[in-house]
Design a protein. Structure first.
Ligand code: ZN
Length: 261
């Protein structure tokens, strides 16, 4: 499917672009962490494959029932195109925000989501470092919402591409001038803004949930203070699972089933 190829190409191009920017404007300079990158990319390939379940299932259902595309709320409404796009963006972003907050609240979801947080450093390769089961849960939650609202397919694709671009940017090891960062983070999550969320200190971890648009963080007052140094001195990762043996691909895949973190 052309949409899937487009999405995967976007993910690869974004990661390559941000890795290049990190070499020019790094928040902190470090030797290339080749092993960590390979582990993150291995997990990303698995997680992204599972993420594709939603469009594949949606397409299969559409083929099985030709009435499906016209059944959704938006498909039957007289809302103008720009309004439909706005509703799609807010609904999908709101769902991501709700799922993310639940992932920090519910122990079984946290076991899955903690794999993303267990990275002891932060750069573009962290973006898609998720446990595949976490993406499976997100895909399952997203599917009925898509069926219910019946969104314009192009709006869903545009949202997915935009969130992939901003997510990769906000995970980057990048330093922006403080004044620019302050203005930019009113609209999108900046590297400094999202770095706070990856702090090992739980109070900071449970804040700044947005990796893309912080609108719901501001609305529900879950945004935290962003340090002026761009978060350079923040200790990243979890308080546990910091040793090398906890960071192997097999350890990351089995982490949710091993012990309470
Ligand atoms: Zn999180």
């Amino acid at each position: 499917m052309a949409e899937i190829e487009f999405y995967l190409s976007t993910a690869v191009i974004c990661m390559t672009a941000v890795l290049f920017l990190e070499s020019v404007f790094p928040l902190h300079v470090a030797p290339v962490p080749l092993r960590r990158w390979l582990r993150n990319l291995g997990l990303s390939v698995l997680a992204l494959s599972i993420s594709l379940l939603t469009p594949l299932l949606f397409l299969a259902l559409t083929h099985a029932s030709s009435a499906l595309p016209t059944m959704g709320l938006l498909a039957q409404s007289k809302v103008p195109a720009w309004g439909q796009w706005l509703i799609v963006f807010l609904t999908l972003e709101g769902l991501r925000y709700a799922l993310h907050r639940l992932s920090h609240r519910l122990p079984w979801l946290w076991r899955l989501h903690a794999v993303h947080h267990s990275d002891v450093d932060l750069d573009a390769t962290t973006t898609h470092r998720h446990h595949p089961l976490e993406n499976f849960v997100s895909s399952l939650a997203m599917l009925p919402v898509l069926i219910a609202i019946g969104p314009p397919p192009l709006a869903v694709l545009a949202y997915t591409v935009l969130t992939t671009m901003v997510d990769t940017f906000s995970h980057g090891n990048l330093r922006l001038p403080t004044a620019i960062d302050k203005v930019l983070r009113l609209a999108i999550a900046t590297p400094a803004y999202h770095r706070v969320h990856h702090s090992a200190a739980r109070a900071q971890t449970d804040s700044n949930y947005a990796g893309t648009f912080p609108v719901f963080d501001y609305l529900f007052r879950s945004h935290g203070r962003v340090p002026d140094d761009g978060g350079r001195n923040i200790t990243l990762g979890l308080e546990t699972n910091r040793d090398a043996s906890s960071q192997s691909l097999m350890a990351l895949l089995s982490a949710p089933f091993r012990r309470v973190q």
